[in-house]
Structures are given as structure tokens and as C-alpha cells.
Design a protein around this ligand. Sequence first.
Ligand SMILES: [Zn+2]
Ligand SMILES: [Zn+2]
Length: 403
Amino acid sequence: MECPRCSSDVPEVSHFCHHCGNDLQSGDAQRKKAYAARPDEPVASFKLVSTIMPQGAGRQPYTYRVALGIALLLTVVTAALGALPVAIMVAAFAIPIVYILYLYDVNLWEDEPIPVVAAAFVLTGVLAAVFTWLWSDKISLSTDLVGGNPGGPSGRDLLILMLLVPVVSELIRQIGPIYLASRPRYDDLMDGFTFGVVAGVGFACFETLVLHWGWISGGFAGPGSSAGTWISVVLLQGFVKPLIYGSATGLAVAEFSGLGEKYDGFTPRWVFGLIQAMVVNALFQGGVYLLGFVGGHGSTVGAILGVAWGLVLLGALIILVRTVLHKGLLEAALESAARGGSNHASGELAFCSRCEMPLLPHSDFCSACGNSVRSVPKSERGVAAQGSAPAAGFDGTTGETQA
Ligand SMILES: [Zn+2]
Ligand SMILES: [Zn+2]
């Protein structure tokens, strides 16, 4: 049978074309109901874990969800009890720690020395801390960024929050991921996206620590009437903000990486992604600042509205990320199908990590479940499934078969 989208020869029994990912049964080449990195979910979905952790979504989908849930609960409870130093520390480090576990889980470092990867992000963190300290010192906001100053919004503060902060902080977030994505080992679209998320999440962590240093050094406040405001602040800073920063930066770095084998570099598409990230950040900062004045100085209403605004932006970003990655994976597969297929699944005995069916040679997609091979950690692509006989030439060590 010939695939109508890429003209490859595909077995009659295939559900999806193993070259271009076309859904041969429904004939829907856009695959709106089968997200490339998670075919049992639609593209337009608010599923957070499979969006920001695309390479691990097939393996332990519940691990990250449970870890995030526990961190969220711990943050809310400590904030409600007025244990502000604990609440803000948990909020600052929860998502970075879960994301580091994810990177370790999917073995993103591969044989790259960990210090190289770590250095790129320590640099992001240091720059984030210094820059945040510089601008937050110049702005007449209370340290918790809620309620604003008693005198009402000022144009100067808005200019700092909606122009200076988004532009400079986004440039800082690009440095580390772009350095890594320009290394041959990490030139893939998914790597670029992932490194962007790491930089965004790391930046948010250090920014939160600097902005809320008053909470950390101020000691335990004890339960009080401000509990609603405290909970809103830790939710916004610890869970909404890092995900907004991370997915916006991830989208821009994914454009830097591009679809093909090598990285695309500083193309107009990257510039567009960069400006898009800056606009999203400006909307976030400006919206939270202005909504903080609703209901008067330090009001809980303003703080809750800030969280709601952040969630609206995050929801839109999640849909955007899924659409971009989905289209990217399908387009890249179509391009490589024209060249006879990719070498992403190179082993003689390669199995789909999602449904465990054998992969056809040069697969970009699993022909049974439609999962994108590029959404699987590289170390697993060419390796025989656990428990089965090793392929010829396979020396029994794991993760070393990538050419
Ligand atoms: Zn095809
Ligand atoms: Zn499969």
C-alpha cells in the first residue's frame, strides 16, 4: 500500500505511516485527535505533563503528576499556616526538582559531561538573580508583588515590568539553551524545547528567591488573615510562573533547533519565537501588576485575579506548544520520508516504547500506535525492549547503541 501523504510503501496492516505519521485509517493527515508525542491524547488539550515533558510521557506518566501534586499540596498547606520561608522555598524549587528528575529519567545528558549542561543553567540562574535584584530594587513594589504600592499603578513601574524585564530576562533565558542546542548531540527540535523549559524554570526559581527574600529572612508569620494572599503568591510564583517562562522560552529555542538534522540557528522563525516569548512575559508581568491593585493595597482579590490571569496565559501557551511540536514532528517526518526515512530508530530490533510493537526500519512513527519516535529518549530508540534477546552486535550495555 502507498501512503497518500508521503508516497512511501507501507504494510497493509499499518494504522499509521511509519515514515510520515499519516493516519492511514482515518485519513486525517493533520492528526488532530492523535498528538504526535502522545497519540491517545488530542492535540488541543491542557494536559500539562505530556506537554512540557514530552519525552517521558510514555513511560511514567503518573510519577511526575504525583510529584507535582505533592509539591503543590505542601506549598498551599505551609502558606496557609504562615510558614512563609518554607512555603516560598518549596514553591521556588518544586518544579525545578521535578524537571531535573524528568531529565535524569529520560537520560537527556547521554554521554555529554553533566558539568557542561549544569554550567549552562548555573549561568542562567546567576544572571537571573543579578538581573532580578537590579530591577526589583528600582521599582516601588512591595516585595510580594501583590497589591502594588498604596499610591496606585505607576507608568514607570509598568515600563520596567512590561518592557525592560521581559526583553532582558528572555535574552538571558536564551543563552544557555542556545549554547547547548548548537552542539551536534542536541540539535533536535525536542532537545531545543526541553532546554528552553529548563532555562525558564531555572530562571523563575532564582527570580522568586530574590523577589521574596523578605519572606525567607522574615521568619514564620503564623496563621493570619493574609493566608489567601500568601497561597495565591506561592501558587503564582511557584507553579504558574515557571511553566509560563519555560514553555515560552522552549518554543523559541525549538525554532532555533528547527526540524531537520542540524540546528537552524538565528532564523526569522527564531526571532518570531523570541518576540512571542517576550510578549507573553510582558502580558504576564503587566497583568499581574495591574490586577494586584484590584480591591486595594494587599487585597486577596487582586492576588487571586493574578493567579487566574496567569492560568489563562498558561492554558493558551500549552495549546500553542502542543500545536507547534505536533506540526514540527509531522513536518520533519515528511521531509525525512522524502529522503528514504530517518535513522532515529536505527536498531535491527527496535520497539515502540509506548505500545511495545516492533518498529519498521527507518521509522519516524510507530505504525501501530502512531507515537513519534523523536518523542522517545534517544537512548531508547535503537535498543531492544527489556527481556528480549539482544540484537546482533549489541553488546548488552544500555544506551550505547546510538550511532
Ligand atoms: Zn506517509
Ligand atoms: Zn507504538
